[in-house]
Design a protein around this ligand. Structure first.
Ligand SMILES: NC(=O)c1ccc[n+]([C@@H]2O[C@H](COP(=O)([O-])OP(=O)(O)OC[C@H]3O[C@@H](n4cnc5c(N)ncnc54)[C@H](OP(=O)(O)O)[C@@H]3O)[C@@H](O)[C@H]2O)c1
Length: 332
């Protein structure tokens, strides 16, 4: 591997306010000056990649840019003992794919402290079946459990249930014994959600806008992946003492609520960040996902795509039409 070595990447260019992505030949020398050079075997698709690819300056400031907030591969060069050359590693979050060239390229160069050693029993594809979305689902469930959420308290709702985060959350929660109510805008995927373990599938109208400041409490706890008005309505329907973990904004970043669910029912709103948290916190969840929380159905049904398929797959995210987990395989 020399500085002149070439690799392929799916790069996004800005021209007259339009953003288009295509495969390009890049040079190792153009990667940022970090300690660890990784040959990326697999990446994973996330809503944030779709934002980066469509010119969202809150995610990516400068173009041309290689998105991909997730990567799993092999260390080819390392300036430290850990990770060593030859180690298989997972990188998610921090600045990867935002303003640092990401996993939609065959190579990345990142700081050593972004790299997690591959969990025992996983290959690079399995790691990317989960990716940031799986990690976020695992963190969301962890937060609920830390607040004392338990199956006997009642139903747990998952919003954006067919999405990348939501579908993994459905499978984990059902695996550990919860009665999961999947809230989804895709009636055609009801059977798929039931196969993931949902006990009930309801439409988004179950949490559509209602003028009342509090509604009949239906759910003991919830994992919310969409934010905005659906989150505000969900908070009104949580049983006293229940918790809602919140990680997403596909339905809006604005949250208009009253304090009533909090002060009359003691509801807890729990923020989930998978990006900047310490690596040790990520490792705890990776270990669980590779062990007791392994999602066999998600692993079986994840779709593999090549770089040429990225454009269409990312556009589907922006339209809310994507579902399940999508893995980018650089060999396809
Ligand atoms: N905090 C973090 O660290 C973190 C990490 C990962 C992701 N996220 C965020 O979590 C969210 C979900 O990410 P994802 O990768 O799972 O995205 P995704 O695959 O696109 O899933 C989002 C799902 O939300 C539902 N949805 C879409 N538009 C909606 C709307 N306008 N109103 C209500 N529901 C809508 C859809 O599911 P249904 O059709 O089934 O309803 C969609 O599949 C994103 O906002 C992402 O940025 C945050």
């Amino acid at each position: 591997m020399t500085k002149n070595s070439e690799y392929k990447a799916w790069r996004v260019h800005e021209k007259n306010g339009e953003y288009t992505g295509e495969e390009e030949t890049c040079h190792i020398a153009d990667l940022p000056e970090n300690e660890v050079l990784i040959r990326v075997n697999h990446s994973s698709l996330n809503y944030k990649d779709a934002l980066s690819a469509s010119g969202n300056k809150g995610v990516t400031r400068n173009y041309p840019h290689t998105p991909g907030i997730d990567a799993a591969g092999e260390v080819m060069e390392s300036g430290t003992d850990s990770p060593a050359i030859g180690a298989k590693v997972v990188v998610t979050g921090y600045d990867l794919g935002m303003n640092t060239a990401g996993g939609f390229g065959q190579y990345i160069r990142v700081p050593a402290h972004w790299c997690v050693e591959m969990p025992v029993g996983w290959d690079t594809r399995t790691a990317m079946v989960y990716g940031t979305a799986g990690l976020t689902a695992g963190l969301s469930v962890t937060k609920l459990l830390k607040m004392g959420a338990a199956p006997e308290q009642g139903k747990v709702a998952v919003t954006g249930a067919s999405g990348a985060v939501g579908s993994v959350a459905v499978e984990i929660l059902s695996k550990i014994g919860f009665h999961v109510v999947a809230v989804s805008g895709k009636p055609g995927l009801a059977d798929t959600l039931k196969q993931l373990g949902a006990s009930e599938v309801v439409g988004r109208e179950a949490i559509s806008p209602d003028k009342k400041p509090l509604r009949k409490p239906l759910f003991a706890n919830a994992v919310d992946t969409v934010g905005g008005t659906p989150l505000a309505e969900l908070l009104k329907q949580i049983l006293p003492g229940g918790s809602v973990s919140c990680c997403g904004l596909v339905a809006g970043a604005q949250l208009e609520t009253t304090v009533l669910p909090f002060i009359l029912r003691g509801v807890n709103l729990l923020g989930v960040d998978s990006v900047e948290i310490p690596l040790d916190d990520k490792k705890v969840v990776w270990k669980k996902l590779a062990g007791e929380w392994a999602c066999s159905r998600t692993e079986k049904t994840a779709r593999d795509i090549g770089r040429r398929d990225l454009d269409a797959a990312l556009k589907a995210f922006l339209k809310g039409e994507s579902s399940g987990k999508i893995v980018l395989d650089h060999r396809l």
